[in-house]
Design a protein. Structure first.
Length: 412
């Protein structure tokens, strides 16, 4: 796979190190660490996403709207993988016999918001008595949200995409703080030695009927799990012998990513977060943004995450207008979507529970102000990262806002 960044991308796939003399030394370190320390938490537990487990998600999707509070949030985070949310009746203005609507977000660009908005739209559509058509509304962060080439975005039915971009400096800082809080223990609790062990496995995405699935080819492993694990392994190897080795303290085989971020200083932590986010968020976001911009599909669009916070109602109106959904379905979907807006009384609560600020408070994490971390990240980007983040920021056109902006220009 070729990574979309135009400026000398970091070699992310750990097994490629085996092609060099340095790689053999790193492999020896990895294998020695595994033999000495083992896996404090088994990767089979941390990253398990078997095909049988996924089969039960269809049934859970139909009952999801009856769940409330933390349980609903956890179910959405686990279930919004692009397989299915619900088959709905939505009239499209081009009179298509079938249509798919995808809210495509990436890690820290609004995956929870997309999943909750999709579920809320479903709930409102179900209140209509119109005859149903074979239509899908979903938030596929485990599939389309990881796409870095057209094949991974390909759909066999007519499809419309609302792609959630976010300022890359916000993505970096938000992810750094989110992971310091250990917000997703299912994979963050895995040790570096576990990730190194898993990184030795080759795992191209699997396709069924021409569409990407959540799994690796000829494997029970989930592709997103492998990608996240590779990012953790890459941090370990870059800390030992890589382009950032002088800046990063050596990662310990027995510690996990959260423990490492809390042990090192903010500069090292932000660089480590950049290494992890490179293939999990930044490259897919850049590719999908470009794909949507150049797509012949008139019903797809890019939106900035900040617009969903600051101009929420207007942004959802623009999404549904671009999707060309007819009435009365458009109004129903709009009513559902805006329940996730910051000024909504109930719906926004689930999104807030998944926010970086909420997770940090829950974990008791104290940190520099977000705008100061953004300032650090800009300096690091210029000195160590060949201004990749600044280039992507210009390309996406999404500004730093809110608590991530300097106080003189902050929205709050």
């Amino acid at each position: 796979l070729k990574y979309p960044f135009s400026v000398n991308p970091i070699v992310i796939k750990p097994y490629r190190y085996l092609m060099s003399f340095v790689g053999w030394r790193l492999a020896a370190v990895a294998i020695g660490s595994l033999l000495l320390f083992g896996s404090r938490v088994s990767c089979d537990i941390c990253f398990q996403e078997g095909r049988s487990a996924t089969a039960s998600k269809d049934a859970r999707a139909h009952s999801l709207l009856e769940i409330s509070g933390d349980a609903a949030e956890d179910s959405l985070a686990d279930m919004s993988d692009g397989l299915t949310l619900l088959q709905l009746g939505v009239k499209h203005s081009n009179n298509s016999a079938a249509q798919e609507y995808h809210l495509v977000a990436h890690h820290k660009t609004g995956t929870a918001l997309a999943g909750m908005a999709g579920a809320s739209m479903i709930a409102e559509i179900q209140t209509l008595s119109e005859q149903s058509l074979d239509v899908l509304i979903d938030a596929p962060w485990k599939t389309l949200g990881l796409a870095i080439n057209p094949a991974m975005l390909h759909r066999t039915k007519p499809s419309c995409i609302a792609h959630f971009n976010r300022n890359p400096f916000e993505v970096l800082v938000s992810g750094y703080l989110f992971h310091r809080a250990g917000s997703e223990p299912r994979w963050l609790s895995c040790s570096f030695s576990s990730a190194l062990n898993k990184s030795l496995k080759i795992c191209p995405p699997d396709f069924k009927n021409g569409q990407m699935t959540v799994f690796c080819k000829e494997s029970q492993m989930a592709y997103w799990d492998k990608l996240y694990s590779d990012g953790i392994a890459q941090v370990y190897m870059e800390s030992r012998e890589g382009v950032f080795a002088d800046l990063l303290p050596d990662a310990k085989p027995e510690e996990n990513f959260t423990e490492y971020l809390n042990r090192v200083d903010p500069d090292a932590g932000l660089v480590a977060q950049f290494i992890w986010a490179y293939n999990t968020t930044l490259a897919p976001m850049q590719f999908t943004n470009s794909y949507v911009q150049s797509s012949s599909q008139s019903c797809s669009l890019n939106v900035c995450y900040a617009d969903l916070m600051d101009n929420c109602n207007a942004t959802w109106h623009r999404i549904l207008q671009t999707w060309q959904v007819e009435e009365p379905q458009r109004s129903a979907m709009f009513r559902g979507a805006v329940k996730t807006c910051p000024d909504a009384k109930d719906g926004a609560m689930g999104v807030e529970k998944h926010s970086t600020r909420s997770k940090m408070a829950l974990a008791g994490i104290v940190s520099e102000r977000e705008y100061k971390l953004v300032s650090r990240a800009r300096k690091l980007d210029k000195v160590y990262m060949h201004e990749r983040l600044a280039t992507l920021e210009h390309e996406l056109g999404c500004a730093v806002t809110g608590k991530y902006a300097e106080p003189s220009t902050a929205d709050n």
